[in-house]
Design a protein around this ligand. Structure first.
Ligand SMILES: N[C@@H](CCC(=O)N[C@@H](CS)C(=O)NCC(=O)O)C(=O)O
Length: 226
């Protein structure tokens, strides 16, 4: 089976799918849109379902858009999906709730600079903290290491991604939420995730001139090759 994850130069919606695949030992290729389609994003965009990425391409035949659909497909492939409909619905609720953190957090950390970064950070802080408070309570209710049980699933990797990224807004942001902080540390300490985090392109110069260090070369974040 061949799995190709098509995305851009940013640390956002392709992170949780990659963590899940690394955790489950599923092989995949991460390919920049311009390399896969051999064209610029503005020409590719109209031909993509929902006109956005990430897109998972299975066996060069099936295109799966929408990061949550991608996560749920990988979860089934990894045999991590939940049989009990009530527990599965609770996991879905965490997944959807965590995804609400995507905007404005991800675009701000990946692209905003200077005054614009500061304004966006300050503006989103109350809603971010309110959502963290929700996640903190739900994690306490689970009475387990992760949101559902002691096995990390799609909802955990998605929540982890957004929590981890938020530390680039403010490195002390999780201090008010000890349970969430421990959750982030627990995920970081899973061997396959430690290896993934250590080897993925590093996001540097956040708020100044954000770049991803790809194969040792710092490249501006964005939807363009150069
Ligand atoms: N709901 C979609 C959102 C996808 C999305 O916002 N993708 C952004 C990158 S993170 C994108 O394709 N931006 C380029 C564009 O819209 O032209 C998902 O979860 O996959």
């Amino acid at each position: 089976m061949s799995l190709k994850l098509i995305y851009f130069k940013m640390q956002a919606l392709a992170e949780a799918p990659q963590m899940l695949m690394n955790y489950a030992g599923i092989e995949y290729e991460y390919i920049m849109a311009w390399d896969y389609y051999n064209d610029e994003w503005k020409n590719i965009k109209p031909k993509i379902p929902f006109k956005q990425l990430p897109l998972l391409i299975i066996d060069e035949k099936h295109e799966i858009p929408q990061s949550l659909a991608i996560l749920s497909y990988i979860e089934k492939l990894a045999d991590l999906n939940i049989e009990d409909p009530i527990i599965a619905a609770k996991a879905d609720a965490i997944l959807n709730g965590a995804q609400e953190l995507f905007i404005p957090l991800n675009p701000t950390v990946n692209f905003a600079v200077g005054e614009d970064f500061n304004n966006k950070r300050d503006e989103m802080m109350p809603s971010l903290l309110s959502k963290f408070d929700d996640l903190d309570r739900l994690l306490k209710l689970s009475n387990a290491r992760y949101f559902i049980d002691d096995k990390p699933r799609a909802c955990d990797f998605l929540a982890f991604h957004h929590l981890e990224l938020s530390r680039k807004l403010d490195s002390s942001i999780l201090n008010k939420f000890p349970k969430l902080k421990k959750f982030v540390n627990d995920i970081e300490e899973i061997d396959s995730i430690t290896a993934y985090l250590d080897n993925r392109p590093e996001l540097i110069d956040v708020s100044i001139a954000p770049k991803l260090v790809i194969d040792g070369v710092p490249e501006s974040t964005g939807v363009k090759k150069e």
